[in-house]
Design a protein around this ligand. Sequence first.
Ligand SMILES: [Zn+2]
Length: 294
Amino acid sequence: MILRTQQTIETSAEVKGIGLFTASDVTVRFLPAPENHGIAFQRIDVPDSKPIPATIDFTVHRQRRTAVERDGVSVEMTEHVLAALSGLHIDNCLIEINGPELPGCDGSSLEVAEALLDAKIVSQTEPRKCIVLNQAVQVQDKAGETGIDAKPVKTPSLVIEYHLNYGETSPIPEQKASFELTPETFLKEIAFARTFVLEAEVEALRSQGFGLRTTAKDLLVFGPESIIDNTLRASNECARHKVLDCLGDLALLGCDLVGHFSAFRSGHQLNREMVRQIKLTHSAQFNSGDQQVA
Ligand SMILES: [Zn+2]
C-alpha cells in the first residue's frame, strides 16, 4: 500500500549535545539522502566503518534504550532521533555522528525535530512503502505484565496508545496517552515529551557509569514525593514519552505502518519484538516492493 511519496531534507542539520548514557560530547549531522536509501548512521570517528542501517536487523540487545551495531561499531540511543525522523515523515537521511551515542538534548525529540524542520523537508518521487496490519499481533513479557497489542484499522492511519501504570506506590501516577500519528500531532503533542527516571534508579545507573554528566534539569527525575528541579510539560508527559519511544522503535521496520498499537507498561525490548513479529506475520507485504535500506 502506498499513501505518500518518500521525503528527505533539502540541506543538512546539526545538533550538538551530551550522550545521556555515555556522557560523551557528540555532534550529529543529518544529511539529505537519495530515494530508497532509508535512514542510516555513519560513525565518522571510527575510520573505515560502514553506514549502519536503522533497521531491526542491525539492533543489538540493550537495557533502557535501543542501539544499532555493524561489525562491532554501534550507535546508542537511536529511539528519540528515529522518532523525530519518523514523526516528520523523513524517510531518507544519512546521520553522521562523531561518538558512540546520540545527544540526549533535553530527553525529548524537540531539538532534533526543530533542526530537521529548519533543514526543510522535501518530497521525492518514489512511493514510500507502507505495511498495513491485516491481522492482530501481540507481544508480552513472560509474566504477561507488560505488552503491546496491535490490530488492523479501517482508516489508513497509525494510532499509538500507551497505558502507564507502575502501581500505587510509584511516584509516577497512572496515565494514558493516545495519538493518531501525523507530522502535525507529532510536533504539537509528542516531540516535547521528555524521558524520565526514578531518583531511586539514578544511583544504580551512575554506579554502572551511566548519566555521569546528566542532571535533573536534563530529563525528568521523580523523587518519592515529586519531580526534582523540574516541571511537567503535560500532566501525562511520561505516557507521551512512551508513545515517542514506541514510534522511534517502530521506525526500525523501515517503512510506514497502518494499524492501532495499544501498549501497556512496555519498553524498548517489547517494541523491538513487535517490529520482529510484524516482519514475520506480514512478510508478504514486507518483501514486496523495491525499497532497500542503505
Ligand atoms: Zn525515550
